[in-house]
Write a protein that binds this ligand. Structure first.
Ligand SMILES: C[S@@+](CC[C@H](N)C(=O)[O-])C[C@H]1O[C@@H](n2cnc3c(N)ncnc32)[C@H](O)[C@@H]1O
Length: 243
């Protein structure tokens, strides 16, 4: 059995998928509140920046992978309008259901689909833009997922990966202290789940940094890849073109 990481632990690949599912089953009901508290609202600005870079035209076809509670899908749907399509997907049904309910409450009905990013159920060349926000880090075979994202994009289509990244050196000490002391406690108090927020802090440290992810995206078939650091590299937006 091949080993991989679940946070700082080394686990079997199947065990990782099972435990990631456990994390999101557990946090789904409090996910949005926790995002606001943990990032002090900054995740809204990071996502707004992603929507701006996506620069979607009315009528565009968009796939949001690991879409969770639907922040990006909702914002994209407003941009593509009634002639466009935004498909809201996630591997986790609890997250997807929470997102679908939020979208319906906002008056937006989108195709919502449970699927694994590593085996996407779409034909080649189906989308103008594919997005994945804070999802890639949790995937077992990131290279397979990136190759699938490339496959379902049209030629000259764009992939946007918003993800935690390597923070600038002067911020590192404070950021580590916050991640390993404050986050798990916040998780325990607000979501009743300390372990999932410890996994969050650990998984960020195990995720490839800006340049490493850029190289992985090139390897997965993207001709042009660029990234933008946000909040001192706490998060990076990688934008790639299928050429
Ligand atoms: C931190 S949440 C991000 C949700 C949302 N995109 C956001 O930015 O708020 C990560 C999501 O990745 C999903 N995920 C993990 N592994 C996945 C996979 N292999 N395929 C699709 N989604 C996956 C989880 O179920 C979870 O909903």
């Amino acid at each position: 059995m091949t080993k991989t990481h679940f946070g700082f632990e080394s686990v079997d690949e199947q065990e990782k998928a099972r435990r990631v599912r456990g994390v999101f089953d557990s946090v789904a009901p409090r996910y949005d509140l926790m995002n606001d508290l943990m990032s002090m609202g900054l995740h809204r600005a990071w996502k707004a920046y992603t929507v701006m870079v996506a620069n979607l035209a009315p009528g565009a076809r968009v796939l949001d992978i690991a879409g969770g509670t639907g922040d990006l899908a909702l914002a994209f749907a407003k941009k593509v309008g009634p002639t466009g399509v935004v498909v809201h997907t996630d591997i986790n049904e609890a997250m997807l259901r929470t997102g679908r309910d939020r979208l319906i409450d906002a008056g937006i009905v989108l195709p919502t689909l449970a699927c694994d990013a590593e085996k996407l159920p779409f034909a080649d060349g189906s989308f103008d833009v594919v997005s994945v926000a804070f999802g890639l880090r949790n995937m077992t075979h990131k290279d397979a997922a990136l190759a699938e994202m490339n496959r379902v994009l049209k030629d000259r289509g764009r992939l946007l990966v918003l993800e935690f990244s390597k923070v600038a050196k002067p911020l590192a000490k404070a950021y580590d202290w916050y991640s390993f002391n404050v986050l798990p406690k916040l998780g325990r108090m607000v979501a009743g789940d300390e372990a999932s927020y410890r996994y969050l802090a650990e998984s960020i440290r195990m995720h490839p940094g800006q340049e490493e992810l850029k190289a992985m995206m090139h390897k997965s078939g993207f001709g042009h890849v660029d990234y933008h650091n946000l909040t001192g590299g706490v998060v990076a937006l990688h934008a790639a073109i299928k050429v």
